[in-house]
Structure formats: structure tokens, C-alpha cells
Design a protein around this ligand. Sequence first.
Ligand code: SF4
Length: 96
Amino acid sequence: MSSQLHVTPVPAKQVPFDDSPTAWMAQGNCRNYPPATFFPSDGVGVDRARAICKGCPVTDKCLEYALEERIEHGVWGGCSERERRRILKRRRGLPA
Ligand code: SF4
């Protein structure tokens, strides 16, 4: 008599594969908020958006994306438009 173990195969977890350059967006904290939250019209709104970005698992990718794409509006990677302009100036060796 055989003493084989009978193991029921467990289906592999189905994780959609996304290798697009913006796949990281699906992991952002902002996915649970209205997009307008990240396009504030005043400093209070910027602070509110920054608070959501704080602790986001893709902050660095988000900021780099906004800098590389020269996105002018909104809060990306926890940085306001003005902060991103300063970062770009610093990278070009200009006074911020
Ligand atoms: S850093 Fe902010 S804007 Fe960027 S993905 Fe995270 S929550 Fe969204």
C-alpha cells in the first residue's frame, strides 16, 4: 500500500502584472482620496495633502516621477509645486 501524501494544490495568487512606468501609483496612499485633494488651492490644502503623502510607500517614486515629467501642479511625493521647483533648481546647480 502506498503512503503518498495527497495535497490539494492551492491556486497561485492572482496578482495582476503591471510593468508600466506608473504601476507604483496603485500603491499610493492617495488612491483612497479624491484627486482634488492633491491639487489644493491654498496652504492648508497643501498641508493636508502632505499629511497623506507622509508615510506613503511610494513617496520617492512619486516625487521622481513628478520631477522627471516636469509636473507643475499639485502635491506629488509630499512636495508642493514650489518645493519641486526648488529641487529642480538645486539639481541644475542654481540657487534655490
Ligand atoms: S506620495 Fe502622495 S501623491 Fe504620491 S503616491 Fe503617495 S500619497 Fe499619492
